[in-house]
Design a protein around this ligand. Sequence first.
Ligand SMILES: [Zn+2]
Length: 46
Amino acid sequence: MEAYCLKCKQQREVKNAEEVMTDKGLRRLKGQCSVCNTNVSKMLGK
Ligand SMILES: [Zn+2]
């Protein structure tokens, strides 16, 4: 899984990736950037 890292300003591999459900019923991927360990998240849609 990849997500955009705000610190690297690039798509990065996500480690400890975890899918969470938002209160609007949308799925979101949460994890850390594999390069700089910044928290990243990405909307996955319905
Ligand atoms: Zn990063």
